[in-house]
Write a protein that binds this ligand. Structure first.
Ligand code: SER
Length: 315
């Protein structure tokens, strides 16, 4: 079957690179990118349609025009920005998802990807090797909206047969597009500043371990999950994905191996510390490995090398 894909929130950190990968796989004309903002660059043969995920009528007419077979809903407000604008974060993260789920049922669009996050875990979840199923008591509005979204996804799968698939992304590290308003953003800023000024003041303490993943792995995981036979998938809420866990101290050490003069300092009192403290330090992803043969490629060393090479050449 010829696939037609619509990516909503396509101008963000993940959308930008996922769109490139999907265009390569399915052909440029089969992938329609969409966002509330116009993209900075649009090459020939690339289709962009402006849309607001909170505008249900606009979405319906977009879907009726393009008849997508797959939808990727990436529009969201992340953890740190969510704490500044909780009402807006709840509205966008929840009602955006509900709009897509409802229209998908109405128009018979079956296959949907929607990302969840490590933010669904909370202070009473196990901190190390956090399993797929455990106590989940997120205390950021972002985490609360993602956990509710996971429950909705499973509900729409069970009730309406939607083929919805999801990953609990760790912090995603990339050099092409900067992230917006997350707690894990330090792990990207640190590379940009290491190249630009040779130093970085980190807003998380040096021993704050968090699960992270290089963008190449995140994009590959997403496409691999979307390609997996539906009958192999035992999870319709969202799959844990371990990635690689490290602290600011460890990433600084890795950068210093390549840029020996790099200096990291730490600033106390940032509100993102409390969010980070409520999240897992490492995650278990046995279901992803069993159900769709997931395997990580980039460890911390490979990620640091690739980030620095790319930022030096293309940054
Ligand atoms: N990277 C995200 C954030 O920090 C987590 O999903 O908000």
């Amino acid at each position: 079957m010829k696939e037609t894909i619509i990516i909503l929130g396509a101008n963000g950190q993940i959308g930008t690179e996922l769109a490139q990968a999907l265009r390569k796989k399915f052909g440029s004309l089969q992938v329609i990118t969409s966002d509330i903002r116009e993209p900075q660059i649009l090459s020939e043969n690339e289709i962009f349609e402006p849309a607001d995920v909170l505008d249900k009528d606009g979405l319906r007419s977009l879907f009726l025009r393009h008849k997508p077979t797959q939808i990727y809903l990436l529009a969201a407000i992340l953890s740190a920005t969510g704490e500044q604008y909780p009402q807006k974060a709840w509205d966008l993260n929840m009602n955006g998802l509900l709009n897509i789920l409802d229209i998908a049922v109405e128009l018979g669009i079956k296959k949907i990807f929607w990302p969840s996050s490590i933010a669904v875990f909370g202070p009473h979840s196990p901190k190390k090797d956090t399993p797929q199923y455990c106590i989940m008591d997120p205390n950021s509005i972002y985490g609360i909206s993602k956990l509710a979204g996971e429950r909705l996804s499973e509900y729409y799968h069970n009730k309406h047969g939607l083929d919805i698939r999801s990953i609990r992304y760790p912090g995603i590290i990339s050099w092409k597009t900067q992230p917006g308003g997350g707690t894990t953003d330090y792990a990207i800023h640190v590379f940009f500043e290491a190249i630009r000024t040779g130093k970085y003041e980190c807003f998380l303490s040096e021993d704050t371990a968090l699960p992270m993943m290089y963008m190449e792995d995140a994009v590959r995981a997403t496409i691999q999950l979307m390609d997996a036979p539906a009958e192999n998938l035992t999870i319709r809420s969202s799959y844990n994905l371990a990635g690689v866990s490290f602290t600011p101290r460890e990433i600084a050490k890795e950068i210093k191996k390549i840029l020996p003069n790099f200096e990291m300092s730490y600033k106390e009192g940032d509100p993102r510390q409390a969010i980070a403290n409520s999240w897992p330090q490492s995650i278990e992803d046995d279901y992803a490995r069993k159900d769709w043969n997931w395997e990580l490629e980039f460890d911390l060393e490979a990620m640091a090398k690739d980030m620095i090479n790319n930022l030096k050449t293309n940054g």
